[in-house]
Design a protein around this ligand. Sequence first.
Ligand code: 0O2
Ligand code: 0O2
Length: 226
Amino acid sequence: MGQWDRFLQPYKQAVDELKIKLKGIRAQFEKSNRTSPIEFVTGRVKPLASIYDKTLEKGLVFEPSDTLAHELQDIAGVRIMCQFVDDIPVVIDLLRQRNDLHIIEEKDYITNVKKSGYRSYHMIIEYPVGTIQGEKKILAEIQIRTLAMNFWASIEHSLNYKYKGLFPDEIKKRLQSAAEAAFMLDEEMSEIREEIREAQAYFTEYKEANNPEVRQSQGKGDEGKR
Ligand code: 0O2
Ligand code: 0O2
């Protein structure tokens, strides 16, 4: 194993564990017939090329070190997507209550929208990873956002990559107004949130109730079926 692989291994483990834990929250809501504030979760270890770019930006030496581990707080990154803006504070509270992670910093880019138009809620956490040398605490970043915020951020991220951060003015303006449009979509959806939730619950129930195989495996047989 190379020195980078060794350095990044605990970060990979942290991402895998956090993804399982966060998906577990979703599963628990579903099992208790409650709507989950978490729609889906993704995660990644920062690719070496991005680590390299960040070291150049921050004037750091590109080598595995404690300084790098301290300065780059998003080597392990997990993203939580929510359907509605109101789900975000619920997820934040769920994370604040956990004692398997320690929140170091919170950045609210939803209230304090970035100049680019970027919206998300960020948490920098300290997370203990069990290694054969004992426990190792690493830093990780959790980003919490709606599906609309995620749609905007992924597109802007790709364009950013294309233009290397130097957007032509026209594109920059369009992205800013697209960010506002995405947020309006979030606000509109929040207005009819209850209606959407009811429809989703009805749809899940209806699908199961009309599937004989599913009914059978739930031990409901054919009783009550017309
Ligand atoms: P499930 O049961 O569908 O939740 P992974 O290693 O597969 O856990 P990774 O590589 O971190 O995940 O990210 P990836 O593959 O981009 O997506 C992770 C999970 O999010 C996958 O589900 C995707 O199906 C789901 N996902 C990604 N994009 C969307 C989206 O736009 N909408 C919805 N609803 N889900 C999305 P899982 O983990 O395979 O299983
Ligand atoms: P990637 O490719 O997403 O991993 P830092 O930049 O980390 O040294 P800072 O400025 O405090 O320090 O970080 P910030 O802005 O709190 O969070 C950085 C991450 O947030 C970025 O990671 C993006 O994922 C996301 N982000 C922040 N601003 C924007 C934006 O304007 N557009 C998009 N699409 N994403 C944004 P990286 O490092 O850029 O890399």
